[in-house]
Ligand binder design. Structure first.
Ligand code: IVH
Length: 676
């Protein structure tokens, strides 16, 4: 039984939970921020004085201090399906027909129409009224456990107070929903990132999903995430309908989107979809459509699902938002591969809540196809991404003196010659040292899907390249030697440089597939990089492989394989890889290593003169197969490899009882590791 103090603390927690619910879920606070802060301070003080009384569901425990090393896999009890998309009224009518055909004749069918929130879906698992785990969707069957990050979202209840208000026990249940960012918060976050020279998030969805995958819950806590719950799953209780489930979620204290409509037939559904589409611009968060769900859970169960999506629900996608503006001029951007891409510089116009002043024009063919000219009035559209595109030209408003657009004649950045490969649409700058290419390669290397160096975004890279600190991406790992100079650069300062340097060190943990992707080999996207990394035990194997072996890998075609050969055929690239190896980046496939080598995670010391290997050769083999070599023997050493005339290291190994192997035994280990 809790003592008097325990009770007092718990009452205080209850009170804070009530205020959290009022503030974060209902948006109806009943006390001032100052009064609220006082309650929190009081609780913090009591807990600090009585640490044994701290409980994980206390409002003070939302922000964990521990970094998550790797997210654990979380298997969904019920798969998290995705929705089939519809784009027209006819497709909605088809959906309704399919639903009616699958259910007994003349059965009453109701639909619930909800907003389709454009964020990241999440599964919250509650047991005994406490949040136990939270997980991402992943591939629908297995997601990643992101509990520590989700706990930082104040509208997610850690403890449920209102279980009694519903007619079920609900001991174990799952609530699913969408984690998203308000538009204003998203723009502010990007503004902050721009100031710090960090890479911008393309849209609120990416920024929510990216935030949820951060390893440090303290940073997550500073990001303005929010949540709407839209699905209740219980394997114990027989739930009746979606509309009631939403009500139950609301009663339990969850945030549920208020824009929900129960419809008696598909005509009503269609008019609600149109109504929602009109409301879309007034919302302060991004939605990309409506979701239509069969209301009755019994009917949902009869309908079941096909492959990845249920038969009882469908998404109705809203049209991309459009605006008309003037195309002032066309500029040409040079990317990391040297490809020259046209960009439309627009008269700034407000579209979907943000001011648009640029749009991509993809390539010169697109300009020709749509006959886009400087001075034209153009219709622009914004889909899911922040980068808008030009849909068409308003020909009736074309100025009489307008001239057709011509492709560039030389590189717009370095003035070098340009060329256009026969089979491609793009023009290329032929100078691989072109500053735009250099910056592009480094930016790609550092980007989130690649080495994921938090803080090293476009602006900072431009600065470092212009100041000659970076020419190739391996030099990122030499920046720490320059710390004293870097902190003197205006705007940067000690703290941001130290954060950057530790993010750079942290990136060395990225797995082989990511490192491979980061190299920026043409046509090797993240998927292909993963397949290559799964096939080859190490980069050295890949470098030595024939084009045939590479293209024999499932889903790796001849263009990837010849591009890989080309890349490794370039001495300059090999030098960069060598330097990255010296910086201890992962050039070994974890999958292979974990499966087959006796070197994985082991520490070696080499002593004496080896006859079958050079010292460097042996060290390289050890490292290729997942081990490392250190110079002195300690209790932590796993193997001491001894050659002729071994000296004090051998004696020390014997004294410490470390395993001693000779070259023959070492060879055996290598053979074992090399078997595929
Ligand atoms: S229902 C099987 N309801 O859209 C039912 N999903 O492709 C699937 N989403 O992954 C979920 N708002 O992340 C549902 N009101 C809503 C939604 C919603 C957004 C997302 C969800 C899902 C994706 C469907």
């Amino acid at each position: 039984m809790p003592g008097k103090l325990g009770k007092e603390i718990e009452e205080l927690r209850e009170l804070i939970r009530e205020h959290d619910h009022k503030y974060y879920v209902l948006a109806e606070p009943s006390i001032s921020d100052a009064e609220y802060d006082k309650l929190i301070k009081k609780l913090e003080k009591l807990e600090a004085e009585n640490p044994h009384l701290i409980t994980p569901d206390s409002p003070t425990q939302r922000v964990g201090k521990d970094l998550t090393k790797n997210f654990k896999a979380a298997t969904h009890k019920v798969p998290m399906l995705s929705l089939a998309n519809t784009y027209s009224e006819d497709e909605l009518i088809d959906f309704d027909r399919r639903v009616r055909e699958a259910l007994p004749e003349n059965e009453k069918i109701e639909y619930v129409v909800e907003l389709k929130i454009d964020g990241a879906s999440v599964s919250l698992n509650y047991s005994d009224s406490h949040l136990k785990t939270a997980a991402t969707r992943g591939d629908g069957f297995v997601g990643e456990e992101i509990t520590a990050n989700v706990k930082t979202i104040k509208s997610v209840p850690l403890k449920l107070n209102h279980l009694k208000s519903i007619p079920f026990a609900l001991k174990d249940f799952e609530a699913r929903g969408e984690i998203y960012m308000n538009l204003a918060d998203f723009y502010n976050l990007n503004k902050e990132r721009e100031k710090k020279g960090e890479k911008l998030f393309a849209n609120p969805r990416n920024s929510s999903a990216g935030t949820l995958k951060l390893q440090d819950p303290q940073i997550v806590a500073q990001r303005p995430l929010n949540i709407f719950l839209y699905s209740l799953i219980s394997t114990e209780e027989e739930l009746e309908s979606q509309i009631k489930n939403l009500e139950i979620l609301r009663k339990l204290g969850f945030r549920v989107n208020p824009e929900v409509k129960l419809c008696k037939n598909i005509d009503e559904v269609i008019s609600v979809c149109r109504e929602f589409e009109k409301k879309r611009d007034k919302l302060d968060y991004e939605v990309d459509g409506a979701v239509i769900k069969v209301n009755s859970i019994a009917q949902q169960n009869i309908l079941g699902s096909i492959a990845k999506s249920p038969r009882w629900a469908v998404a109705f996608k809203f049209k991309a938002k459009q605006a008309v503006t003037q195309l002032n001029n066309i500029t040409w951007q040079v990317g990391r591969t040297g490809a020259i891409t046209p960009v439309a510089e627009l008269e700034p116009v407000l579209l979907a809540g943000s001011t648009i002043s640029r749009a991509t024009l993809h390539n010169f063919d697109e300009i020709t196809r749509k006959d886009i000219r400087e001075g034209d009035k153009v219709i622009i559209e914004k889909g899911g991404d922040v980068i808008p595109k030009i849909v068409s030209v308003v020909l009736s408003e074309r100025p009489s003196n307008s001239k057709g657009t011509k492709p560039p004649t030389k590189c717009p950045v370095c003035g070098s010659q340009i060329f256009k490969p026969e089979e491609e649409v793009a023009y290329y700058c032929e100078n691989s040292e072109c500053p735009a290419q250099v910056k592009g390669r480094i930016e790609h290397f550092s980007s989130r899907g690649a080495m994921d160096i938090e803080g090293l975004g476009e602006a900072l890279i431009n600065l470092f390249v212009d100041l000659d600190y970076l020419k190739t991406y391996d030099q990122i790992y030499d920046l720490k030697e320059k710390r004293n100079e870097l902190v003197e650069i205006e705007r940067l300062g000690e703290k941001s440089i130290d954060n950057l340097l530790s993010a750079i060190e942290e990136s060395k943990k990225q797995p082989f597939a990511k490192v491979l992707f980061s190299l920026g080999i043409r046509y090797v996207g993240s998927g292909a990089a993963k397949k290559l990394a799964d096939h080859f035990a190490s980069i050295d194997e890949m470098i030595n492989a024939s084009a045939e072996e590479i293209s024999s890998i499932h889903e790796i075609g001849p263009s990837i394989s010849s591009s890989v050969k080309n890349f490794f055929g370039d001495k300059h690239n090999l030098k960069v890889i060598q330097r990255l190896k010296e910086h201890n980046l992962n050039f070994i496939s974890e999958l292979k290593v974990a499966r087959q080598t006796p070197f994985m995670g082991k520490t070696f010391v080499l002593t004496g003169t080896l006859s079958k290997f050079s010292r460097e050769g042996a060290e390289e083999k050890i490292s290729n197969f997942g081990g490392k070599t250190v110079s002195s023997v300690s209790k932590e050493t796993d193997f001491v490899l001894v050659g002729e005339n071994a000296g004090s290291k051998l004696t020390k190994a014997q004294a410490l009882g470390v395993k001693i192997i000779n070259e023959n035994e070492f060879e055996k280990m290598l053979e074992e590791a090399e078997v595929k």
